[in-house]
Design a protein around this ligand. Structure first.
Ligand SMILES: [Cu+2]
Length: 207
């Protein structure tokens, strides 16, 4: 009985120590935490605004930004850590609808294959409207996606919503991200923001 007590005590000390180690090791990065298992996790927050003037198109266009340290930064290059759980939050001030290629009509590549969607968060929110886990979003409600095709990651972003999801990164690498909803300019809707880094596409650098 006494032995069990010490085994338990030592386990607690080891787990606590690892937690402190990981917390300390990542404290120079923006919001990061260590999960109960000691696995490195990282909070990535993206913001989508509309009505950004794009000079080359002479047109207002939607754009993704990275929210970091209280500032909106370009999404042309998004940095996330390797071998980590990424806690992704997308705050979307834009509306749809738009069309998406069939292969991106469902949530993919997240833990449990779901994402958590809170609609209409800026007004009229009540406890009963506080969001739901979904595996897809009807195209009538869809404004954008955050998609990393080569990683099989597809996050669907409804109009005027906040979306959260978790996904796991592997080793280091550079991957393209692209919104898959035709929210740009031109006959296909794939010009303008859809074809411009830092607007509806860019790179994800896993390091
Ligand atoms: Cu888009």
């Amino acid at each position: 009985m006494e032995n069990l007590f010490y085994v338990g005590l030592i386990s607690i000390i080891i787990v606590f120590g690892m937690g402190m180690y990981f917390t300390g090791a990542v404290s120079h990065e923006s919001p990061s935490t260590a999960s109960a298992t000691g696995e490195h996790s990282y909070n990535l927050t993206l913001v989508i605004t509309n009505q950004n003037y794009m000079q080359s198109q002479n047109h207002m266009q939607p754009a993704y930004y990275v929210l970091q340290d209280g500032k909106l930064l370009s999404s042309a290059q998004i940095y996330i850590p390797a071998n980590s759980i990424i806690n992704l939050t997308i705050i979307n001030y834009d509306y749809g609808p738009g069309t998406v290629p069939a292969q991106y009509s469902k949530v993919m590549g997240t833990l449990n294959g779901t994402e958590y969607v809170v609609n209409d968060t800026n007004v009229n929110m009540s406890a009963s409207q506080r969001g739901q886990y979904v595996k897809s979003v009807p195209s009538a409600d869809l404004a954008h996606t955050f998609t990393i095709p080569k990683l099989g990651l597809n996050i669907m972003v409804p109009s005027d919503s906040i979306v959260s999801a978790q996904f796991q990164t592997g080793g280091p690498g550079v991957y393209g991200w692209q919104c898959q909803v035709d929210c740009g300019t031109g006959p296909s809707g794939w010009n303008g923001a859809m074809a411009t880094p830092g607007w509806m596409m860019g790179q994800v650098i896993i390091q």
